[in-house]
Design a protein around this ligand. Sequence first.
Ligand code: ZN
Length: 131
Amino acid sequence: MKHGKPLTRHTPLSAQTELKSKASLQRGVGPRRKKALRSRSKKTERRYVLRRALVDDLLAERPWCEIRWDEGCTGRAVDVDEVLSRGRGGDYLDPENCQTPCRYCHDKKHTEPAEALDRGVAAASRGRRAA
Ligand SMILES: [Zn+2]
């Protein structure tokens, strides 16, 4: 590539070769996708169906808050939370990795992650325990 004067905002662009495609960049013109992209893959969709069933089962079997952060705890489990988060490799379909907190304790767990690690209601990563 030859180096000349630096481009400025008003330097006209000059193409060395013809563009191969003449597709219009206008919205709604040209080849269009017939169906919308899936928001979730079929595999993920199947896992979410299983997750939904697991959440219903766990909340029925374990209706009381399993974190009990402090006196703000309402006692009634409304969420299913993963001890080892999905982002850290936790499986949200593994009942062993799930706990049923009330909303108050669930919020506390996520707003105070260091304290959550100390209390053992969160895990740092797969196979590791809080020190
Ligand atoms: Zn609670």
